[in-house]
Design a protein around this ligand. Structure first.
Ligand code: HXC
Ligand code: NAP
Length: 290
């Protein structure tokens, strides 16, 4: 297994004075990134549908980090709710500097088994949710002549597609297009847009929907990763903190993959030859040279 480095990367107070909105911030990766942003001195609004989950997370993170975290219930599919969540953040913290579009919905299924509502629900959370938040925050920044930073959490299959998660793949591809398009269009307002494409990082939310039993006992998510392990939350949090900080001020329109090489492993024609033993290579070389 490859080494990990789960040390916090940025210096103390690297995000002091910044207010960050994290959608889906009450659980999983959103919670992990929020924790690190708070440790670095940011104020954070966490938002999702379930207020009790958000409030429990906020209380624990206040205790753990001493940071300021506001829990606001909001369904990102509803534009008015998004506007209200942003207004509440301005009321509490006086500003918004960063939008982290992290909320998502997903589950595995053969596409032909999906109802049109099942397709809608995923696309609405992922793509509509991201553009609702982006539009509502962006309009404010532009009107107030404030610079801002948008970070979108996509997936490696946003670029290449994936069977059995087709609504998610289509929606994440849309979010990637949003990222790259606005990186150009809104740069003149001082608004940067970037994305992170994570590979497998075990979370309750993702694993219960993507690796349910009996799949979980038959399929090791680390097996297809050249580094032979899944990601650690702090590795993602370090990257996210860099991309929302001013240290990345010249990074715009980028999608950074953090997957241990997984998607390339699936892509390369001959990558599967990694399974061959030295004895098999001896045999092959002998045959070829003959
Ligand atoms: C087929 C399904 C289904 C399933 C729901 N539906 N689950 N169809 N297979 N497993 C259908 C329902 O029958 C319904 O259609 C429609 O989808 C809406 O379902 P609801 O349960 O009413 O929706 P809702 O309560 O809003 O829940 C949304 C959800 C749920 C997406 C279905 O799973 C959720 O709340 N997810 C949020 C968190 C999440 O998904 N996290 C994982 C992100 S992981 P009908 O026609 O019957 O009305 C991720 C990682 C990617 O993105 C990369 C990993 C490497
Ligand atoms: P998660 O814990 O299930 O996170 C998803 C979050 O989205 C939840 O907090 C959920 O909260 C929120 N959400 C769902 N629908 C919403 C809505 N309509 N409005 C507002 N919030 C909503 O799963 P995760 O693994 O941490 O995923 C976080 C992000 O990482 C997602 O974008 C996912 O696609 C991405 N990702 C994860 C992995 C991985 O391996 N874990 C890999 C690649 C990409 P509520 O239910 O309270 O609304």
């Amino acid at each position: 297994m490859s080494p990990t480095n789960t040390q916090p990367m940025l210096r103390d107070n690297a995000l002091a004075g910044k207010t960050i909105i994290v959608t889906g911030g009450g659980t999983g990766l959103g919670r992990a990134m929020t924790t690190y942003f708070l440790q670095l001195g940011a104020n954070v609004t966490i938002t999702s549908r379930k207020l009790e989950v958000l409030e429990a997370t906020a209380a624990e993170l206040r205790q753990q980090t001493g940071g300021k975290v506001l829990a606001v219930a909001c369904d990102v599919r509803k534009y008015e709710a998004v506007e209200a969540m942003i207004a509440r953040t301005y009321e509490e913290f006086g500003r918004v500097d960063v939008l982290l579009n992290n909320a998502a919905g997903n589950f595995i299924s053969p596409t032909e088994r999906l109802s049109h509502k099942a397709f809608d629900v995923i696309v609405d959370i992922v793509l509509k949710g991201s553009y609702n938040c982006t539009l509502a925050v962006g309009k404010r920044w532009i009107a107030e002549q404030q610079p801002g930073t948008i970070l979108n959490i996509v997936t490696t299959y946003a670029s290449v597609g994936s069977a059995f998660v087709v609504p998610s793949a289509a929606a994440k591809a849309g979010v990637l297009a949003l990222t790259r398009s606005l990186a150009v269009e809104w740069a003149k307002y001082g608004i940067r847009s970037n994305a992170i494409a994570p590979g497998p990082f075990p979370t309750e939310g993702a694993w219960s929907r993507l690796f349910p039993e009996p799949l979980a006992s038959q399929l090791d998510p680390a097996a297809s990763v050249p580094l032979k392990r899944v990601g650690q939350y702090q590795e993602l949090a370090n990257l996210a903190a860099y991309l929302v900080s001013d240290f990345s001020a010249y990074v715009n329109g980028e999608v950074v993959t953090i997957d241990g090489g997984e998607w390339l492993n699936g892509a390369g024609e001959f990558n599967k030859l990694g399974a061959l033993t030295p004895a098999m290579w001896d045999q092959i070389e002998k045959t070829m040279r003959r």
